[in-house]
Design a binder for this molecule. Structure first.
Ligand SMILES: Nc1nc2c(ncn2[C@@H]2O[C@H](COP(=O)(O)OP(=O)(O)OP(=O)(O)O)[C@@H](O)[C@H]2O)c(=O)[nH]1
Ligand SMILES: [Zn+2]
Length: 298
């Protein structure tokens, strides 16, 4: 007897299982058929129920976007599918690392993900720190939306909610910048949902999820990937790196050599733009640093 296939959304990933949400919002712990691509959070799937509360994924629908991380043996593992945007969170404390911000931006630019820069903990900004932040962020404000918020006081949270509405988003940022605090502010019933998942799967220890998807109260979804580094430069070559620096793009076709890495002066339109003040020197210096981190052969 064949069971009709159902549509679902992967909302969590545990070791070898996936939590699939059906159209009514009920959650089933599923395994995946061997022939399907390894599913990940955010995937739209076709699945069939096997037992109460359980099922198996038989098809992973085509993905709009896919974020991966290097797994065992250098193979890329999927982490989050169908994302629209990434919230790059920084804060006055711990001190922000703009090289890391640039790295996140390069990955976003090369995966068709829209980056938003979120400055959290603005309640901690005194005039001196405010001045430094403004100077540091000036080149970014010209390229990307920058939202200033405080998970502590609630400042700017309405604008953040508006930016997330009806989109699939994910946080990126150093430990301690306040990602969990923001998540709690945005999704007050978060813990209820985790409890609900554990109850459904009838197993106590599901704290080791690699990723989890939450529905935002005003529409849209937010994916949390605790402790998963998905924004490394693995798989990025020097062309993609330069492409990831948005403001370089108009100049790249004007470089004399097709394989210009924008390091040497000779006929490089990007360098010329830096010298003429059209491209931020700070950003260019960070580009050179990241270029130095790429594997030699790229
Ligand atoms: N002053 C202030 N402190 C905040 C704010 N948001 C978070 N914090 C504090 O910053 C610390 C780290 O916050 P978390 O939300 O745990 O940070 P995280 O980014 O999730 O950190 P990891 O879980 O390690 O990735 C906690 O002590 C929070 O109370 C804020 O807007 N203002
Ligand atoms: Zn060049």
């Amino acid at each position: 007897m064949s069971v009709p296939l159902r549509s679902g959304l992967v909302v969590a990933h545990y070791g070898r299982g996936w939590a699939v949400e059906d159209e009514q919002g009920d959650i089933f712990l599923c395994h995946a058929l061997r022939r399907v691509p390894v599913p990940c959070v955010g995937d739209r799937v076709r699945w069939e129920q096997t037992d109460p509360g359980h099922g198996r994924i038989v098809e992973v629908l085509p993905r709009k976007t896919l974020l991966t991380r290097p797994g065992r043996g250098g193979r890329l593992r999927p982490v989050a599918a169908n994302l629209d945007q990434v919230l790059i969170v920084i804060a006055p404390e711990p001190p922000y690392d703009l090289l890391l911000v640039d790295q996140y931006l390069v990955v976003c630019e090369n995966h068709d993900l829209t980056p938003l820069i979120v400055v959290n903990k603005i309640d901690l900004l005194d005039p001196a720190r405010r001045q430094r932040l403004n100077d540091d962020l000036a080149p970014y404000r010209a390229l990307y939306p920058v939202l200033e918020v405080s998970a502590k006081t609630g400042l700017g949270i309405t604008a953040l909610r508006d930016a997330l509405k009806d989109k699939a988003s994910m946080f990126a940022g150093q430990s301690g910048v306040g990602k969990s605090s923001l998540l709690r502010t945005l999704i007050p019933d978060r813990d209820v949902r985790i409890g609900e998942l554990s109850a459904t799967t009838r197993r106590g220890r599901h704290t080791t999820t690699t990723a989890m998807l939450f529905h935002l109260p005003e529409g849209g979804i937010l994916i949390d990937t605790p402790g998963v580094a998905v924004f490394g430069l693995a798989g990025i070559d020097f062309r993609q790196l330069a492409h990831g620096y948005r403001e370089f793009r108009p100049y790249i076709p004007r470089c004399r050599f097709n394989d210009c890495r924008h390091v040497d002066d000779l006929g490089c339109a990007v360098r010329k733009a830096v010298e003429q003040g059209e491209i931020s020197q700070a950003r260019y210096r960070r580009y050179l640093k990241l270029l130095g981190k790429l594997p030699e052969i790229s």
